[in-house]
Design a protein around this ligand. Sequence first.
Ligand code: ADP
Length: 484
Amino acid sequence: MSRSLRTWPRDLPWRSIARGATTSPSGGRVPADDPEPEVHAVLEQGRTSVLPAIDERSKAERVSLGDLEARSVVSVPLLARKQQLGVLTLARTERGPAYSSEDVALAEDLAARLALALDRGRLYHEVEERSDAAWVLEHVADGILLLDRLGVVRLWNPAAEAITFISTADVVGHSAAEAIPGWKTAVERVPVSASPDPGHDEVLIPIETSRGERWIAISGVRFFGGTVYAFRDLTDTRRLEEIKADFIATASHELRTPLAAVYGAAQTLLRHDFALDETGRERFVSLIADESERLGRIVNEILLANQLDAGRLDLDSEPFDAGDLVERVVEATRTHAPPSVTLEVEAPENVPQVAADADKVRQVLVNLVENAIKYSPDGGRVEVGIEERDGFLRFHVRDEGLGIAPEDQEQIFEKFYRADPQMTRGVGGTGLGLYICRELIGRMGGRIWAEPNGSKGSMFVFELPTAEVMAHGQRGGPRLQLGN
Ligand code: ADP
């Protein structure tokens, strides 16, 4: 029977057992789990052991290996590159002579080959693990920075490049303090722990990049060769947090104003100490009606934005007459538009029908027209128009109001974004209207954008595929994506 094992000094379990005979005087017994001290000694001393020793054969009868009675045992250390990998133990349990010096030489030769094979296997495994680690570093979304004890950058992964816009070539081999702008001051605030335990602290710090300020969440772990830092880009999350905080301030202001007006008007109507004439009563009642309607609109906007986010909105796609819709929206708005604003329609006689959710298109149009009026505090002309363009029906709402700064033209469609959050011109809002418009138009297979209206004011444009294009899918290419 022969046994081989591969292990390291402290932990020496039997790894594999092979039997060379089907029956033996010692039956099916196997050695004890923990090999004998003699086997341990072979590993520790790195020397072959033969039992009974060749010169003591005359006295010795049996050698016990745990439960196993053997006639002769050879244990050879498995050594590779001066490392102890384990012990190969051969035991003869059947009748026959004790192992000879030739047997020992054979066992040693076998052990040398085994050790070589084991070592190669281990090396291969290590190389594989390292290349896996390199892949992870290459593809992980977190930025990884490895500093040696002297603060020199040893590793800077592609995510770190992408977050900071600093190329690997510019940092690796350089001192972090010199190669990474602001690192010297920032590093003092970065928590560094001694082990990579889950849930250790990270800190949010701003860094200056060639493309503006970015906010990163960063933490470090110290090890004997230096410190490894991991960081994530939280610029967008932070911006969203700021926008949300602004939104809460704005929304509560927006809700409070009509609520206060409703409350005030109701209190006045309830007073008995002076009598209101019919006109006075009507004024207060219609104020209550208007302000309640405004409150309802704000609450609806919040609910609708929520539904859109959760993907819980079903949209119709029926052909309808857009010219008619534009006329009706303008008519309805005229009834309450301030006298300083003139509303006009620019639409050819015959425009093709569009296939979309008419109610939602009306909602978008009302929002844009209301905005045009709202952001024209000094009045002016508001024009609502439609025209056919290349399989799409293009709607526009032009005004001569405050206009939109070029840097805000994209952002105003983001949730909660208000170009004028401090309401310097006294114009209130939740910053949800245009977000809802963009979401609705996108889900109906169209697109929406803003541009300047010549030299004064702004123009909002949105396009929807015509009913014919929707039916036959002729033009429009990738813009035709209907549904949620
Ligand atoms: P709200 O009007 O409730 O703030 P919106 O989403 O409708 O929210 O609009 C977002 C921002 O876009 C507004 O705060 C405003 O700064 C800007 N904006 C929208 N429409 C116009 C317009 N017609 N003229 C100028 N700025 C506009």
